[in-house]
Design a protein around this ligand. Structure first.
Ligand SMILES: [Zn+2]
Length: 104
């Protein structure tokens, strides 16, 4: 589990250039199921970034949560871009994972 935990720590700390979530999770799926146990594995699978602090804390792994945390793409952890204007806003992932217009 050490490499997986190191990856999760780098995600929550907002390190640049880390592997995309989807590819990483698929590649590590079996190891995560065995290493985390079913409850925490499902928590990670469903809640992703919200589950990481719970997993690290349960193992006494110290981490510093990045300011980027609140503002990262759930799929690739790229920094979400935003433009707001009267009546709405435009939010998108710089890596193309999503692109939405929101009316306020
Ligand atoms: Zn993205």
């Amino acid at each position: 589990m050490e490499p997986q935990l190191a990856y999760l720590k780098s995600v929550i700390e907002g390190l640049p250039g880390i592997e995309r979530w989807k590819a990483w999770f698929e590649r590590n799926d079996g190891g995560l199921q065995r290493g985390l146990g079913r409850t925490r594995y499902l928590d990670l699978k469903v809640n992703r970034i919200e589950a990481i602090p719970r997993i690290l804390t349960a193992r006494d792994i110290k981490f510093v949560r990045s300011d980027r945390y609140a503002n990262v793409c759930r799929d690739c952890f790229g920094e979400v871009r935003r433009e707001t204007y009267p009546g709405g806003g435009h939010y998108w992932c710089p890596n193309g994972c999503f692109d939405v217009e929101v009316e306020q």
